[in-house]
Design a protein around this ligand. Structure first.
Ligand code: PLP
Length: 374
């Protein structure tokens, strides 16, 4: 019998935690406090402590976390924000929502993160901030980005939606930026049972501003200093996330063990690019993403063997129809365009069975030897 191997299986995690999760949810139902109650407050404190930052503010989603970070920095119409063209659309959307212009730059093909040299070239007198993305859980080069930001007086908003727990010289991603954004979308390394997000910062004024913005722009009920929105992490999700946060380090270790097994199993296939980990950095492998010029054929071959894979992302942001008005053309940002044509993310989760993973490795090897024989 052929067993389906999904790219991500959340059911295993929820089976293991089900008694704890149901008890936590029942506690919220009994308490009857659904919005901005004790679980949100405790989770914010636990999250800030985990990252080693001063303030954490729970929000509706990672998209709102990025958007409210930019709002709190007073970035808006007439401003430019430099970001990677190789990301999920939400990174750019947040910049557009506040009325600023995303300026897309090319990536370093090893890390898939924005290339600091390209960032420096993209800075103009209108630039206000840089939004680096730690794509796939691989840390972006924050040392270089920090020095560019300092030289030009720019803010940094880290997009940590895929990088919770990733470190650079022992320091967590999300602790480098002026404000950083996290997502608890269910498939993320720390996922809720619904939508959720968080911003973190060491700046008390920015934290207070975001707390007000998430609740209609007021610091006191029914008094509104500015126009805000409704973007709150809810109690049930916070109760779920508090339980999951206690397992995150163990899950990260398990993900890294899976990644190492892939690295070993695929090492001799020299036509594949395996994920990069800079010395001193901890990659948390939100995705285990390989690069190969025969990507589409390999994906079809894996699918025929009941193995699911995904392409994150098939079209860089500068070529998305939503950004056609910015005038991006094929060939403008060649490293990202090459990545979009060659990346493939393999099944990974803390609970991936060893025999399933070995089967994935075997099928990829079979594909490669069929190619070299042909
Ligand atoms: C998931 C994700 C987001 C958006 O998070 P949501 O919680 O889904 O709004 C932003 N940026 C990146 C890189 C992501 O992967």
């Amino acid at each position: 019998m052929i067993r389906e191997i999904p790219i991500l299986d959340l059911k295993a995690q929820h089976r293991i935690l089900s008694a704890d999760l149901l008890q936590a949810i029942a506690g919220v139902l009994e308490d009857g406090h659904f919005i901005l109650g004790p679980n949100v407050e405790s989770f914010e404190n636990e999250f800030a402590a985990y990252l080693g930052v001063e303030h954490a503010i729970g929000l509706n989603s990672g998209t709102d976390a990025l958007h409210l970070a930019l709002r709190a920095l007073d970035i808006g119409p007439g401003d430019e924000v430099v970001t990677s063209t190789f990301s999920f659309i939400a990174t750019a959307e947040a910049i557009s929502i506040v009325g600023a212009k995303p300026v897309f730059v090319d990536i370093d093909p090893r890390t898939y993160a924005l290339d600091p040299r390209r960032v420096e070239e993209a800075v103009t007198p209108r630039t206000r901030a840089i939004v680096p993305v730690h794509l796939y859980g691989t840390p972006a080069p924050m040392t270089d980005i920090l020095s560019i930001a300092r030289r030009h007086g720019l803010a940094i908003v880290e997009d940590c939606a895929q990088s919770i727990g990733a470190t650079i010289n022992g320091r967590m991603t999300g602790s480098f930026g002026t404000i950083s954004a996290f997502s608890f979308f269910p498939s993320k390394n720390l996922g809720a049972c619904g939508d959720g997000g968080m911003v973190v910062t060491d700046h008390a004024d920015l934290a207070a501003r975001i707390r007000a913005l998430r609740a209609h722009g007021g610091r006191k009920k029914y008094f509104h200093e500015e126009v805000g929105l409704n973007s709150r992490l809810d109690e049930i999700q916070a109760a779920v996330l508090r339980i999951k946060l206690r397992h995150l380090e163990e899950w990260t270790r398990a993900r890294r063990a899976v990644a190492e097994r892939y690295n070993d199993g695929l090492a001799e296939l020299t036509s594949l690019q395996t994920p990069f980990e800079e010395p001193g950095c901890r990659n948390v492998y939100h995705q285990y993403t390989i690069g190969t010029p025969r990507r589409d054929e390999l994906q079809t071959f894996l699918r025929a063997h009941a193995i699911s894979t995904m392409i994150y992302y098939p079209l860089p942001l500068h070529l998305q129809p939503a950004y056609a008005h910015l005038g991006g053309k094929p060939g403008d940002l060649p490293n990202a365009e090459a990545a979009a044509a060659s990346v493939l993310s393999l099944p990974i989760s803390p609970d991936l069975e060893r025999e399933d993973q070995d089967h994935v490795i075997e099928v990829i090897r079979e594909f490669s030897s069929a190619l070299s024989a042909a």
